[in-house]
Ligand binder design. Structure first.
Ligand code: SF4
Length: 378
């Protein structure tokens, strides 16, 4: 089972980001106390107290002080058993990863770091309003390695409007040369409620044309696969044995408990999500209430989630399992759609599994929607 903790604070707002976070760090200590209370409140959600992964995401978890982190770990250990060899990941930004901080992380048991690098080009970092520079980016990776953290992931963003494929190649080459074990590479998407969203609306910036984005996607996949990384999910690349166990659990539809504002939880039959408001979250939790909405997952929802998540991975869809699920609700199995994906070169069947290949990976979400089961398709 898996535990996620959402730390909703950042030093400054990146121009592309629509995650839930606040830059008012003064509220951090109250929120940490609420997180600790929520851990106790939700300890039975998963039906087991054994954890095989713990993931601190956000926001920027590295805004937590050593003592705040230590208090959260104490609460986790009090209510759960972290299995031997469990993957314990913390998302961090380069500017926070001083050698002293890294030492604390190591001592607390963090064995995987996910560092928000985004680019090794100074102009890109300024454009995106990142809070670090290129030197800090490189140094944070180096210092983490020197501290003995041997499972490091970095985030990269491609498809920045002014960038060329040569610039992307340089970013990827630098990333590979650092010796990290995992790279998450995302296309720049412009969300409405962000600085970029407003700029786009006012005509102050342009989106990267779709064909350029496709070229970046293909280039990234090719480059990283040529350099020892496997694309085990549309945006995630790992050296052998370094696939993220925590994120893979989402794609494999395993149960997880999410703690903190905006965190989601899933226990096979329900999905629930906490309110995305720090002040309300703290107030409610302090009063012993869980400010969460709960959705009972219908069989159709469950099938569609399976399709959407599995199709993005290199494990693909288990066709026998999918056939059984369609049969159980007497829905028509999408033989024709799947046959057309194969004839168009978007997918292959390997053993019992349906996997996307080539251009199919780029349009994974659109293809998933083609075979979603709808109420009226039964
Ligand atoms: S990208 Fe990360 S650091 Fe930037 S605002 Fe979003 S959560 Fe914070």
């Amino acid at each position: 089972m898996h535990l996620y903790l959402h730390i909703p604070f950042c030093h400054q707002a990146c121009h592309y980001c629509d995650f839930h976070f606040s830059t008012r760090l003064a509220g951090k200590s109250d929120l940490v106390n609420a997180l600790i209370q929520e851990i106790a409140l939700q300890k039975d959600y998963l039906g087991t107290r054994e954890l095989s992964t713990v993931y601190f995401g956000g926001g920027t978890p590295s805004t937590l002080s050593p003592s705040e982190l230590s208090d959260i770990f104490e609460a986790i250990h009090l209510h759960f058993d972290i299995q031997k060899g469990a993957e314990i990941t913390l998302e961090a930004n380069p500017e926070d990863l001083t050698p002293e901080y890294l030492k604390v992380l190591k001592e607390l048991g963090v064995n995987r770091l996910s560092i928000g690098i985004q680019s090794f080009h100074a102009a890109n970092l300024t454009f995106m309003n990142r809070n670090h520079d290129v030197l800090q980016a490189r140094k944070s990776i180096h210092d983490a390695q020197a501290m003995g953290i041997s499972n490091i992931s970095i985030d990269l963003i491609y498809g920045i409007p002014s960038n060329t494929l040569e610039m992307l190649e340089k970013d990827l080459a630098t990333a590979v040369s650092t010796g990290v074990q995992h790279i998450s590479a995302y296309s720049l998407t412009i969300e409405p409620k962000t600085v970029f969203g407003h700029q786009l609306k006012k005509g102050l910036m342009q989106e990267t044309p779709e064909e350029n984005m496709s070229a970046c996607f293909e280039f990234t996949h090719q480059y990283l696969e040529n350099n020892g990384f496997t694309a085990y999910e549309t945006s995630n690349f790992a050296k052998a044995g370094y696939e993220s166990k925590h994120n893979s659990s989402y794609w494999k539809q395993e149960s997880y408990l999410g703690i903190g504002p905006a965190a989601h939880s899933f226990n096979q039959t329900t999905r629930q999500w906490n309110i995305a408001n720090n002040a309300t979250y703290v107030k409610q939790i302090t009063q012993g209430n869980l400010p969460a909405e709960v959705e009972l997952l219908s069989p159709e929802n469950q099938i569609n989630e399976y399709i959407m998540t599995q199709l993005r991975t290199h494990w693909g869809i288990d066709l026998n399992y999918l056939r059984e699920r369609f049969q159980a609700i007497q829905a028509t199995f999408p033989e024709d759609e799947i046959a057309s994906w194969i004839s168009n070169g978007y997918a292959v069947i390997s053993g019992d599994r349906l996997k996307l290949v080539g251009q199919g990976k780029l349009i994974a979400d659109g293809l998933s929607a083609e075979i979603f089961v709808l109420e009226d398709s039964k």
